[in-house]
Design a protein around this ligand. Sequence first.
Ligand code: APR
Length: 302
Amino acid sequence: MAPNNPRYNSIPAFHEKLLKSKRILAICGAGLSAASGLPTFRGAGGLWRNHEATSLATPAAFEDNPGLVWLFYAYRRHMALTAQPNAGHHALAALARKLPGGFLCLSQNVDGLHPRAGHPAEQLRLLHGSLFDIKCNEYCGWIQRDNFDDPFCPALAAASVDVNPGETLPLLDPGQPLAEIPRKEIPKCPNCTAGLQRPGVVWFYESLDEEMMSGVDRWIKDEPVDVVLVIGTSSQVYPAAGYAEKARGKNTSVVTVNLEPEGEVKLARKQDFVFAGDAAVLLPQLLEPIIGKPRRDGTYTP
Ligand code: APR
């Protein structure tokens, strides 16, 4: 689809489709939280100190150096707690409230911003878990939900330091050596006591929750999906990246909302839409026929 296609950035054409739609699926990624100040994984912002963010997100990395992996996640927990949900999260939460049976949001984001925007839990599937769930790394099944301790434990205090604007957090300065955090400083699983507590997120080489995935499949198959919103994701990680095509039927429009949607422009079919820009700016505009205008503070009437 060339940028001169009427469906490229055409909000009126999308509104026409939206108003005829009964079932909407959203698939969100890190770009949705970019306007809240949280870095994405790939491209600029994908490095944490001198580590690729994705190389720290594996069971092997945790096994090798749980202190380092925990520092990375403790920092992300602190950043996420300091951040606020943006207008995009609020618009999706408002859409969920307006369409209780007709909208399901799948999010790869673990930052807790969807729930904090008031997104109804039954219309939200956190595909990759949450930074605020803690579980046992030995798979004994122990899990603690909504742990907002910051710092998570005394050994990780360096990740919860705030600096003045323009200053670099000492933890993030690759020029400063990183203190080794010995294994024994990481809290043990209170259930089996053999395992260590770890972030309740899905790492590379791990599977998503099966029950959640079959629920999503059932929702998709139940009735045709009219619109799939693909928001702020590079669509490189499966199964999340496969849901748009899974939900595609004869009349489904796949709608890409991305700051840099080059690849998606090429893949789009004639019924699809592509919107280039910040999800936090675009989502309130795109969804306005259903959710109305936001209040002054960016939220919507509950
Ligand atoms: N608005 C919309 N899109 C944006 C914005 C923005 N303000 N800023 C960046 N983007 C887009 C980028 O162009 C990119 O396509 O968001 C996308 C972010 O891609 P990734 O960093 O790859 O994040 P994501 O797709 O969520 O990654 C998937 O990979 O590392 C794992 O588990 C991690 O959940 C994550 C998964």
